[in-house]
Design a binder for this molecule. Structure first.
Ligand code: HMG
Ligand code: MG
Length: 286
């Protein structure tokens, strides 16, 4: 296989959002600036959610204003509602991401509304973002397992993913939020989703709680997916998903893909340097 795969770096957002220690803005900026030299086309650096819900991301506008933007890199921000979109536009995010859950339990815990209500909330966000010239990515959470509802039905994931694409999301990232997916549970979900959407519209987003993230990436590759989200240093987790440990580590994904002969175009040394910074940020005591 001499395929090329894109890694979408989510460490500064999905990685850091769950850290209990308030991380100084300039440490976040330094991490993003390091990542900017590694060759990523897209880096998620911010989330304009309620600071009451995720205090760690409260300085997102400042992060976006202080980073040194590298040419050719799209700096992305997660937004839950119109207020988040306004803040993202003001902070000059290059693209935004909306997020919905495939399961009701996690939707309630993470967004304080049902899946149906979350679509009503994000529809104007997608329209507004596109009218402002911003591309919109969509995330589906809990694609195989939900910490509240148990296993997720593949058909429900397929419905939610297709709705995001219908709304105008240019890519739909399928999230194993709590890192419990296994190739055996992933496969039927991917088959169901791909009944509606081609693999070129999809990305894989794996957390590594169960230690199967790399196997799940290989399974997704076989199904045709060529974009994977990852976080340097394996940072991460969602504060509203009990059991959601780190995202799969970017450096581990690069290494596994290299073994398979798959190119990412990333500078492994710079990624290793960023991973070191990320691990320091995580482990430092108050
Ligand atoms: P709510 O409490 O139901 O709604 O939260 P609200 O409208 O009553 O807002 C509460 C307060 O927040 C109000 O302030 C709002 O003004 C303010 P108050 O009047 O009390 O002073 N507020 C905001 N402030 C700044 N920016 C905003 C914003 N919106 C409201 N955008 C809400 C509903 C959606 C806001 C809340 O549930 C929320 O912010 N949730 C986000 C949780 C989150 O960020 N989770 C992690 C990201 S998702 C994830 O990690 C999964 C992913 O990685 C994929 C995967 O792994 O599956 C993407
Ligand atoms: Mg995540």
């Amino acid at each position: 296989m001499t395929e090329r795969v894109e890694i979408f770096e989510v460490g500064p957002r999905d990685g850091l959002q769950n850290e209990p220690r308030p991380i100084p803005t300039m440490e976040k900026v330094a991490l993003v600036d390091c990542l900017s030299g590694a060759g990523f086309a897209r880096i998620e650096v911010a989330s304009f959610v309620s600071p009451k819900w995720v205090p760690q991301m409260a300085d997102s506008a400042e992060v976006l204003s202080r980073i040194t933007r590298a040419e050719g890199v799209s700096y992305a921000a997660l937004v839950p509602n119109l207020k988040g979109l306004e803040r993202a536009i003001e902070a000059r995010a290059d693209e935004v991401a909306v997020f919905v859950s495939a399961s009701e339990g996690f939707s309630r815990a993470n967004l304080n509304c049902s899946v149906e209500e979350s679509f009503a909330r994000i529809a104007p966000v997608v329209t507004g973002a596109r009218a402002a010239g911003l591309k919109v990515r969509g995330y589906v959470s809990c694609v195989t397992d939900c910490p509240f509802d148990g296993p997720t039905s593949p058909e429900q994931v397929a419905r939610v993913a297709a709705r995001l694409a219908d709304l105008g999301c240019y890519e739909v990232s399928l999230g194993d939020t709590i890192g419990q997916a296994r190739p055996e549970t992933l496969r039927p979900m991917l088959e169901a989703v791909m009944g509606d959407l081609p693999p070129e519209l999809l990305a894989g987003h794996f957390h590594d709680t169960g230690g199967r993230a790399l196997d799940n990436i290989v399974e997704s590759l076989e199904a045709g997916i060529r974009v994977f989200d990852a976080a340097v240093g394996g940072l991460g987790g969602c504060p509203y998903a009990p059991g959601a440990e780190g995202n799969v580590a970017t450096e581990a994904v690069i290494a596994r893909l290299a073994e398979l002969g798959v190119e990412t175009g990333l500078d492994a040394e710079i990624v290793a340097q960023a991973a070191g910074m990320a691990r320091d940020m995580r482990s430092r005591e108050e």
